[in-house]
Design a protein around this ligand. Structure first.
Ligand code: F3S
Length: 643
């Protein structure tokens, strides 16, 4: 039996476990990336492990999230990260150099390699044929220290692309079509692999748009083959030597096959408030819009923005529409500036933002109240834009640009024949915003710059024999990491300061939660299906840890958040009978009388509701390794114990 692309990379990097679906497997990691919002904590954790130099082939720290500096906090964080990088062997991508995934694709990504990143859209690297996975900051810290990264061996899904996109239908519409079929839960425990004749019609940045939003499927990652188109892209980036061919064997076996005929696709939009709430633009046409934002790690490549500039050229943004554009990298920005495309955007009335995440992470450009905002981004969860009742639609750059001009939802196919825009034969290469680490012999002279915003990792302790704690919060289905740990300009600068940031934990759902949890000392959160969906934000586990949350008892978990809870030493429990969710109310006193023994034995966990006298049985699905982590009190303690 042959192998899929992902299975080939896994086989090459397997350090423990068997490649059988559902088994825990350990992978050797070639590359890591961090962004600043999760990176500060990852480096605090890396330092706590006491390993002098990173052991990966390439580790890069990007500053792209918290670039809006309204106080000393972000600047302190950036200086801290830069000094850690210099000392410990990590490349530092300065603020202004661009969004981590866009820059990594351009300058560092290599087909056939493994990459983990402390950002959920790390699968963007799958566009260049990498096995690229979003992980918690602590996982990244461990990988930098030479430790393996553990995943559950996923199922393989093949998306078979046939045909060719019609003019003005784009890669974004492909992934929205996949989301419409698979939903935001459909990729859980799976790797989505693209194949078929249609793949040859897509450039690497277009493939990366698709793998980027594979994160919205809940998939472990997504991957494209590495072929002649990949070679051309790498050559244009001056890195042809990084090319290797990679394709699935003809007799590779997939657990699921999805057919997408590119010729039949039309422009689509993900409507509020979920990326899988997909409708054709033709059904929305004519509705008034208030704002358009073009950029993010999904759609800010050279090709994307050249198409936008072509649409805007010689026109004016509609009255009442605010158009903001953020090129994805300095490379893209600079090329647009040099070839006149930037001038076309400015002349049309676009507001040009720096090369960073910006509005995607709620850093500026929040829409007006109840405002309709068309964005080329990947997420439209409620409140993420910074406006609680903002209505966010996810669309392609082409739909965004043409709608910005018209002031209403507009089908870009109205533009007529497609523009002839191709990738350049040579990108503008200038890596002067990437700072190399100090040589090993000089590392001892590098001082770590620790400002007052850099606080320690919260205290952890080994699992106790029993737990007695109140239910401090009860929430419903599809709680996202944005609900648990909101982002936004006021909160993001506190990412390296857990005591301060925890004051915002769950305040989107319940303003009293942080105070209540702190007063209780020890507590348990109860939730519904798909708890913790969304980003890789480990602060969504670290803030509850600081507030004394000992366990989260839900109907089901999203993958990355469950592993972040385990890493933080918080018990991830699921109701054996989902109907038992109704047996626990806010404020009920719960007891887990034999929890340590039950976890150690791998048996079900008994939860006694001392307020009502009822008993609930919960599962805690753990591998041998994650069981040891929970017993030790979290991954940091486990790593210290085992290194
Ligand atoms: Fe940044 Fe948004 Fe991507 S926050 S990394 S542009 S998902």
């Amino acid at each position: 039996m042959g192998y899929t692309i992902a299975q080939k990379i896994i086989k090459e990097h397997l350090v423990c476990g068997e490649m059988v679906v559902g088994n825990d497997i350990g992978l050797r990691i070639d590359q890591t990336l961090t962004q600043d919002a999760t990176g500060t904590m990852a480096y605090i954790e890396y330092e706590a492990m006491g390993i002098p130099r990173v052991k990966t082939e390439k580790s890069v720290a990007y500053i792209d999230h918290n670039t809006l500096q309204t106080g000393f906090e972000n600047a302190d964080d950036h200086r801290f990260i830069q000094s850690v990088c210099k000392k410990h062997g990590i490349y530092f991508s300065r603020p202004g150099n661009g969004i981590c995934h866009q820059v990594h694709l351009e300058r560092f990504g290599k087909p056939g390699k493994t990459l983990i990143g402390s950002d959920s859209h790390t699968p963007t690297g799958g566009g260049i044929g990498m096995l690229a996975i979003g992980a918690g900051g602590l996982d990244v810290a461990v990988a930098m220290g030479g430790g393996a990264y553990y995943i559950t061996m996923p199922k393989m899904v093949r998306v078979n692309l046939t045909g060719k996109l019609s003019p003005w239908v784009s890669a974004k519409d492909i992934i929205l079509a996949v989301l419409r079929v698979m939903s935001v839960k459909g990729g859980v425990g799976k790797i989505v692999e693209y194949g078929g004749e249609g793949v040859k019609t897509l450039t690497v940045p277009e493939r990366a748009t698709i793998t980027n939003m594979g994160a919205e499927l809940g998939a472990t990652t997504s991957v494209f083959p590495s072929d002649e188109i990949t070679r051309e892209f790498l050559k244009a980036q001056g890195r042809e030597e990084d090319y290797t061919e990679l394709s699935a064997d003809a007799d590779a076996v997939y657990d699921e096959v999805i057919e997408i005929n590119l010729s039949e696709l039309e422009p689509l939009a993900a409507c509020p408030h979920s990326p899988d709430n997909v409708k054709p633009i033709s059904e929305l046409e004519g509705q008034k819009i208030d704002q358009v934002c073009i950029g993010s790690c999904t759609n800010s490549s050279y090709l994307d923005l050249m198409r936008v500039a072509h649409i805007l050229k010689g026109k004016t943004v509609a009255d009442g529409v605010s158009l903001a554009i953020a090129p994805g990298s300095k490379q893209v920005f600079n090329m647009l500036a040099m070839n006149g495309a930037l001038a076309d955007m400015i002349a049309a009335g676009a507001r040009i933002l720096e090369s960073a995440c910006g509005p995607c992470i709620g850093m500026g450009q929040s829409p007006n109240s109840k405002g309709i905002s068309l964005r080329t981004f990947n997420r439209n969860f409620e409140g993420r834009s910074g406006t609680a009742d903002g209505q966010i639609y996810l669309v392609s750059p082409e739909t965004a640009a043409v709608s910005a001009l018209a002031g209403v939802f507009t089908d870009p196919r109205k533009l007529g024949p497609a523009a002839e825009i191709e990738l350049p034969e040579k990108f503008l290469i200038n890596d002067n915003m990437v700072i190399a680490p100090a040589p090993v012999e000089e590392m001892d002279n590098v001082e770590i710059l620790r400002g007052p915003n850099i606080k320690e990792y919260p205290k952890t302790s080994p699992l106790t024999d029993s737990i007695e704690a109140s239910c401090s919060l009860k929430v419903g289905d599809n709680i996202t990491t944005d609900h648990i740990m909101p982002a936004g300009a006021k909160i993001l600068p506190l990412r390296s300061n857990i005591p301060a940031i925890s004051q915002h934990c769950f305040t989107v759902c319940d303003k009293e939660f942080p105070e209540r949890a702190k007063t209780l000392g020890k507590s348990i959160i109860v939730g519904g299906e798909n708890y913790g969906q969304g980003s890789s934000r480990e602060h969504a586990a670290l803030a509850p840890l600081f507030l004394g949350v000992k366990a989260v008892l839900v109907k089901s978990f999203a993958r990355i958040h469950k592993s972040n809870l385990i890493n933080a030493g918080i018990l991830p429990l699921t109701f054996q009978n989902p109907a038992d969710y109704d047996k626990i109310k806010l404020g009920d006193m719960l007891e887990l009388p034999n929890v340590k023994k039950e976890i150690a034995d791998g048996s079900a966990v008994t939860v006694v509701n001392k307020t009502t006298g009822e008993t609930v049985i919960a599962d805690c699905e753990l591998s041998d390794r994650t069981r040891a982590i929970i017993l030790a009190g979290g991954l940091l303690d486990y790593t210290k114990e085992n290194s």
